[in-house]
Ligand binder design. Structure first.
Ligand code: AMP
Length: 212
């Protein structure tokens, strides 16, 4: 399956992508995680991207598009993939369409105020980027990743000012993508719930994937 997960920051895209990746045996490609890794490694792309990430703005299309194109050429994408955080603009969606056919676009709907509250408790593994939440999805050992044992950190852009900016950017630039894919009849909508497993159940049902 070639799937896009679309939704505001903090809707649970990364968490649902991780559950689906495991169930379907396909990779998740997160542009946010790739960009943060480039910032951490201080690569030329990372240096350029940092300015935008820190402000909660979108990184210019050409930088992200070439990053994704290269990643999609990986042999691990042959069976299918989940795109988390890409496309973020209608232009990115159009470029993607020119290169390959997406099967479905899963939209995760969550209210803005719920998101602001939620993101302050979000944590991420410094090593493998696995997402956690201090209340809704805590790790087994405080501050350590269940998957790789890495340290859990709070993302630099998960502060209220930047969160509100990212929501504004989402509504202005990313939400129109929904209408774009609706015209293609590819959109399925799930409602982000308080409990991760409840959202996951709805996601599996609307994607027609059996629960095991
Ligand atoms: P995320 O982890 O998906 O919330 O992304 C974090 C930040 O990375 C965003 O606020 C943007 O600055 C940048 N970013 C991630 N994906 C994209 C994209 N597809 N286009 C432009 N900027 C992106």
């Amino acid at each position: 399956m070639k799937l896009i997960i679309l939704g505001p920051p903090g809707a649970g895209k990364g968490t649902q992508a991780s559950i689906l990746s495991e169930k379907l045996g396909i990779v998740t490609i997160s542009t946010g995680a790739m960009l943060r890794a480039a910032v951490k490694e201080n690569t030329p792309l990372g240096k350029e991207a940092k300015v935008y990430l820190d402000k909660g703005q979108l990184v210019p299309d050409e930088l992200v598009v070439s990053l994704v194109k290269e990643r999609l050429n990986g042999s691990d994408c042959e069976k299918g993939f989940i795109l988390d955080g890409f496309p973020r603009t209608v232009n990115q969606a159009q470029v993607l369409d020119k290169n390959l056919e997406i099967d479905k676009v899963l939209t995760l709907d969550v209210d803005d105020e719920v998101i602001v509250e939620r993101l302050s408790g979000r944590r991420e593994c410094k090593k493998c980027a696995q997402p956690y939440h201090i209340l809704f999805n805590p790790p087994a050992t405080d501050g350590k990743c269940d998957k790789c044992g890495g340290d859990l950190i709070c993302r630099a852009d998960d502060n209220e000012v930047t969160i509100r900016k990212r929501l504004e950017v989402y509504h202005e630039q990313t939400e129109p993508i929904k209408a774009y894919y609706m015209q293609q009849g590819k959109v399925v909508i799930a409602h982000g719930k308080e409990k991760i497993e409840d959202t996951a159940k709805e996601v599996l049902k609307i994607l027609g994937i059996e629960e095991r």
